[in-house]
Design a protein around this ligand. Sequence first.
Ligand SMILES: [Zn+2]
Length: 350
Amino acid sequence: MQLTYKFRLRDTCDSELTRQARAVNFVWNYCNETQQKAVNRKRKWLTWHDLQKLTAGSSKELDIHAHTIQQVCQVYDRSRTAKKKAWLRWRVSNPKSPKCSLGWVPFNKGHVALRNGAFVFRGKAYRAWVSRELKEGQTFGAGSFSQDSRGHWYINLPVEVPSLASAGSDPIGIDLGLKDLATISTGEKIAHPRWYRKMASRIAAAQRAKKKNQVRQLHAKVKAQRNDHLHKVSTRLVQSHGAIFVGNVNASGLAKTSMAKSVLDAGWSAFRNQLEYKAIRHRVVFREVNEAYSTQTCSQCASIEGPKGVAGLGIRQWWCSCGVEHDRDTNAAKNIARRGLASLEVGASA
Ligand SMILES: [Zn+2]
């Protein structure tokens, strides 16, 4: 299977990449402009083949790889289809503009190689913090250089890795929540890291004070710490279970402030993403399950008597009339596991 490895480049403000990113923006905006004109004049929409024909030969003048231009055309076409829009947002190169796009330079298969511990692209070596085992001389699939909101550059490399079988077979359900990050149907609870709430309130304070740089720094910090925490948990879960079902919760309506909402949302979706790709690698079943009523339904007798939504958030324990005492979140996780298993059965018979 293929995974995308991401490495941070040591050279934080690489001028050559910044220059290439500007040229990429130029190509993107050219595609956008051409497409916009075609729509306004009621002409045929442009496919990536059309866009490639129109941009062919500009690589020398722009001083970027011809395949980089082709990749931009393809990505442009793909995202226009995915977003179901006639044209897309412009890519802005001016770093002083608040709308400035994060740098992005795609490259094609076989054009980046690992030499002397650095990634070589178009004759230039990019040194990186390589934390995983890659072989000297190895070449990579079509990937990209990309920038984060702090301006740091990364290289994203698709790498073929062997798939591993999971040792476990027990299916589990996972309830993502406000109080704990996740509750497993086995009764285990995975807490939000201690800094989580503190950081959310610091971000909110910085945002109120309009300290944009600080907001950016804090977000990046939350992201790094959170991913480290989540990686450990998600790896352990896929290694010890045969099927994983996760509720499709999102933070709107649950979190009180928009900041808490964005921090929670990001954590939940990062966790779900990790579980999903690790599950594929370990040949574990993974599904997102509709979690409506999972809190209110008794996982023992299926009657709907449990605590309701935001109003019932304070109720952590409850008795069902069938005589079973439930932990609120464990019960929800059990319902998610049951629904997930039921969806597999439906899928198998269809
Ligand atoms: Zn019951």
